[in-house]
Design a protein around this ligand. Structure first.
Ligand code: GLY
Ligand code: MN
Ligand code: MN
Length: 452
């Protein structure tokens, strides 16, 4: 593992019990995909270190997800996974002799007994640990000439990659343990962030509180935390971390997650500092979010969840006196998209916006987004084991409000009410859900209860 933050002896035992079946599932689906695409083996690269322009420093390393799905120790660049159906998979860890940087050691832990694990001081050493003839194998990873010169049949072949992407949507019990652990770490961070906000902290100080409580370095997080005070909440992926306090403190929107063994959590909460009306609006959105979570089960078309979110948002806007038109008209005329412009959720796993969200089948084909919903990232039918986010929002975004004021939606919006709410920026509530046989498990709410 990259680090042992969040690990306990009990969790380690559970991971040890479930990793074998996880690996079997990954082997089986990979063997099937290789057969379908006409390859006899698969070489997966953990990734290369990228250097800063005209410098010898490197950017923080991020291992490629197709490697992480096999290997929980994902912090070492230029490492490889070799798989041939029917044989024990091999991990080749880059273990250079170096005195500038601390070389990686051979990994330990609950998962290593399932692999042949080797160290290689350099690429030539890694090549020597692979079969002589790679001409029937596929390679997934950075297309570095030193590696592609080894002669694989194909480099990142889309047909194979899409099949593997498709399968990643449904998580194994092992992966669910990792996602639960990532949620517990994220929940710890969120509770500390909420306390910091209550104490009047700046955006920057709230981030420090979050990462300190998670116990992770910033580069170990699955994405840069979105920490917005006041009207910053109207910027969906707000990236500024102000170091000075605003003149008056009204609200906090924090969208931040943690990572465990390569798996991400993606969690958003919104808080009102003093204002009871804004707090009540947060309560309404929270109830709406829970109503949507209640609809998640196998067989549900995610596009219908997106459309239902707009119907419920319209009702909320009407009941909270933010709009003047009927709820139906608000949906039909695009008024709800002024307040809720993004997708209701996405697949989550090794990447925070996980792959394969639009795929019609393992062979390919796309399920298009519904008209008028350009930012939806998932259009598939839910299956047991899928992990998705549920993240409705209501925002006061100047650009979208101006556009609505300039067109026929002008008369539908209660502008005086909106003026009073602009200073809060917006609300988003986001939980991570694992689809179960008859419904879903809310990984995030369970995690908050566990760490509170
Ligand atoms: N944190 C990015 C998102 O919620 O999709
Ligand atoms: Mn999300
Ligand atoms: Mn998020």
């Amino acid at each position: 593992m990259t680090n042992t933050v969040g690990m306990t002896p009990a969790l380690e035992a559970e991971l040890g019990n479930t990793f074998g079946p996880h690996l079997e599932a990954v082997c089986a689906r990979t063997a099937q995909a290789l057969r379908a695409c006409g390859y006899t083996g698969l070489l997966v690269h953990s990734g290369s270190l990228l250097t800063v322009f005209e410098d010898d420093r490197t950017y923080p390393f991020e291992a490629h997800a197709p490697y992480k799905v096999w290997v929980p120790a994902c912090e070492v660049p230029d490492s490889f996974l070799w798989f041939e159906p029917g044989l024990r998979p091999r991990v080749i860890v880059h273990t250079p002799r170096d005195y500038w940087y601390k070389p990686a050691e051979l990994p330990q832990g609950y998962w290593v007994r399932y692999f042949d694990v080797h160290g290689a001081a350099d690429l030539a050493g890694a090549r020597a640990l692979l079969p002589h003839d790679l001409s029937h194998a596929a390679y997934l990873g950075d297309p570095a000439p030193e590696i592609t010169a080894w002669g694989p049949a194909a480099v990142n072949p889309p047909a194979l990659m899409r099949r593997l992407d498709y399968a990643r949507a449904a998580k194994t019990p092992y992966e669910l343990l990792c996602l639960r652990a990532a949620n517990r770490l994220g929940a710890r961070g969120h509770l500390a962030a909420a306390r910091a906000f209550a104490d009047g902290a700046t955006e920057f100080e709230i981030e420090l509180a979050f990462i300190d409580a998670c116990g992770l370095r910033e580069q170990e997080l699955p994405y840069n935390p979105i920490i917005a005070l006041n009207e910053g909440g109207a910027v969906l992926h707000y990236q500024v971390l102000n170091r000075t306090p605003p003149p008056a403190l009204h609200s906090l929107l924090i969208d931040a997650g943690a990572e465990f063994a390569g798996y991400a959590s993606d969690i958003t909460r919104t808080y009102s500092r003093w204002d009871a009306d804004f707090r009540a609006l947060i309560g309404r959105l929270d109830a709406l979010q829970q109503q949507l979570c209640g609809q998640v089960r196998p067989g549900v078309d995610w596009r219908s969840v997106q459309l239902e979110a707009h119907r419920l948002a319209a009702k909320l806007l009407r009941e909270a006196d933010l709009i003047r038109c009927s709820a139906e008209e608000a949906v039909d005329t695009g008024v709800t998209s002024v307040f809720l412009p993004h997708g209701i959720g996405h697949l989550l796993g090794l990447e925070v916006h996980d792959v394969g969200g639009f795929m019609a089948s393992p062979e390919g084909g796309e399920i298009p987004r519904p008209d008028g919903h350009p930012y939806l990232r998932l259009t598939r039918i839910l299956e047991e084991g899928f992990v998705v986010t549920m993240e409705p929002g209501i925002y006061f975004i100047p650009q979208l409000l101006e556009a609505a004021r300039a067109d026929k939606r002008r008369s539908s919006i209660n502008w005086s009410r909106i003026e009073g709410l602009r200073k809060f920026g917006g609300i988003r509530i986001e939980d991570d859900l694992a689809v179960t046989t008859g419904g879903c498990e809310n990984l995030t709410r369970d995690a908050f209860r566990a760490v509170q």
